[in-house]
Design a protein. Sequence first.
Length: 264
Amino acid sequence: MIRLAANLSMLFTEHDFLDRFGAAEEAGFRGVEYLFPYAYAPEALRGALDEAGLEQVLFNLPPGDWEAGERGIACLPGREAEFRDSVVEALRYAEALDCPRVHAMAGLLPPDADAQTQAAHQATYVANLRFAAREAAKCHREVLIEPINTRDMPGYYLSRQGQAMATLEAVGADNLRLQLDFYHCQVMEGDLTRHLERQFERIGHVQVAGVPHRHEPDVGEVHYPALFARLEALGYNGWVGCEYRPAGGTHEGLGWGREQGLRP
């Protein structure tokens, strides 16, 4: 059975953030993810998880200046020291929350980037990910990279599946894995089942949303029951993150989840 994790950055937003844990549990979720934990003390988040009986399955490394438009710093030359500090901070939270994996956002490529600039970003990216994977291995955690579509996030450095797989090979760390978001993959490339099958051994986490509007997975052009069936047939035992924006209320849109075993 597919294990669904509520993304608390997008779901249950009618509640204050710390109250979303209880709302997720009442809706039937057993795992949660979200973008960033750093606005809250680890003890507060740990308490919310424990009170609701939930597992923390994923969050992101600090992304740089999010409010100013930054979307990660892993590929940005000159920001290596800041990236190393962000890894240390993320792993501190991961240990406190018993979270097995963290996502390192790549960052944005300058709009006028030439081949030399792109090469410098790739070299920085690989070196930073090697550092992150080494540090994460010390506390038995995984680091994930995720191709994100450039329609929603113009200029994002890592946008295609092949680019992600080449980066995994270049880094060469067993605990560096792919975060396969079917929504982003469909927007950029399609061919979801074949991407899933080709990359399955390197997948550490899966996320879903309807395409094209990023609403519930049962709305739009992707037939998720077929993808869930293929995940099960391949033996996937990880979590599926529900990273979508409800078209209406969160609870009202969870019928698709109940078909996948979500039980309040």
